[in-house]
Write a protein that binds this ligand. Sequence first.
Ligand SMILES: [Zn+2]
Length: 513
Amino acid sequence: MRLAALFLALPLFAADYDVLIRNARVVDGSGNPWFRADVAVKDGRIAAVGKLADATARRTIDAHERIVAPGFIDVHTHVEGNVERNPRGDNFLLDGVTTVITGNCGSSQLNLAAWFDRLQKLGLGLNVASFVGHNSVRSEVMGAANRQATPEEIAKMQALVDRAMRDGAVGFSTGLEYVPGTYANTAEIVALARTAAARGGVYASHMRDEGIHEIEAITEAVEVGKQAGMPVEISHLKIDRRRVWGASGKSLALIERYRAEGVDVVVDQYPYDRASTNLGIRLPSWALADGKIKERLADPATRSKIAGEMKQNLADMGEPDYGFATVSRFASNTAYEGKTIPEISALKGRAAGLDGQIETIFDLMNAGGASMIYKLMGDADIERIMRHPFTAVASDGGVQQAGAGNPHPRSYGTNARVLGEYVRTRGVLTLEDAIRRMTSLPARTFRLRDRGLVREGMAADLVIFDPARVEDRATYAKPHQFSAGFDFVLVNGKVAVDQGKPTDARGGQPLRH
Ligand SMILES: [Zn+2]
């Protein structure tokens, strides 16, 4: 009797695979054209790719000729502070993302060992890797001091970088437009980058400038990589000044020249014409030193000096006023979220014009600042940067809480937007090339050696979608909309999206370099 039961149960236990995806068109991430195959998953790995007619599995998914591709690797995210509250990361999963690299733009966790342990316990939906960020390291050692670091301070910062690298960071990131990173000279960055390079790190930079002085900024980023002896990833490459729209050709030509000279430099980009960052970036950086913006704004002479520099900066940008600037998050008054600075100025009863708008910005800064969306980029530059062969697709987004604030839609729609808008509608990229930029290109840059390709032995991070249907739904006006079309997403072999619906599989894990 017991023996019979055992035999009856055997076929169930003896299934060849955990998951078997049949009738797929595989876009394997290499950039090569699709091919027909079945894909089998076992113990979190891709176990077989080919004709698997006789195979059995505990779960069979019929792809019905849809595309099976590697799960997307988003190398430019900011998930710290939000992934802890929403560890599944549905906005990423439903956009096909299975791995994020966070800690970008100089801002990261400092104790990565503790943070990774915490995430592991929470149960991640996505794989999470991290940089160690310059701004975080500098704040820890020097606060928001507007001066050069002393040799002792450099040594302390190096020790923090070294610990984070030993804890598994993929490299060192900078945010040189932000306080306090902006106060550092190139020598300081090289000194810290060397520490990361000694443990195999990559240098990722939100450069000092992304518009008028971009050529100098690219040169600095490459110089850091050359001197420290490490590859360089230029973050979210763009031209963010209307006055110099079109200059991306020069930036890309310079990057090409450095590559020809033997420097390993690549870039990433989000497919949108608006940027998103804090409000403070509109003020001269000296005004933010030591966290004393309120004191400076309270002094009439300093206040008018700040206003004067802001007007000059606007003129340099080629913007007539702050109509390009929309509040995305303002904790003190959520009624301002989704409104531009001129609109908020009018709500406050101020006369139209730049002076009133600057006063409004000062009000917001005095109330603790705001998160913003800035319309700054032109279509021609976006497409030119996207076509460059070494541009990875990356969101610059974070994990979102449905309905909270008015965030940039890139957190929800980056990959679907590239596949829908830039592949299907505009024909800027082929499907295979777009997938390569979401998978094997980022995996290659950050040495995620077992991800980014549909090959036997690789981690079973997979997406299944119909290229005729995939589309981003998140807009600037209504950002909290999941992408459509990613019918199945597997993370380390676990089904994280099942027929378009997120599950609670929590297949993700921290990825320690
Ligand atoms: Zn950035």
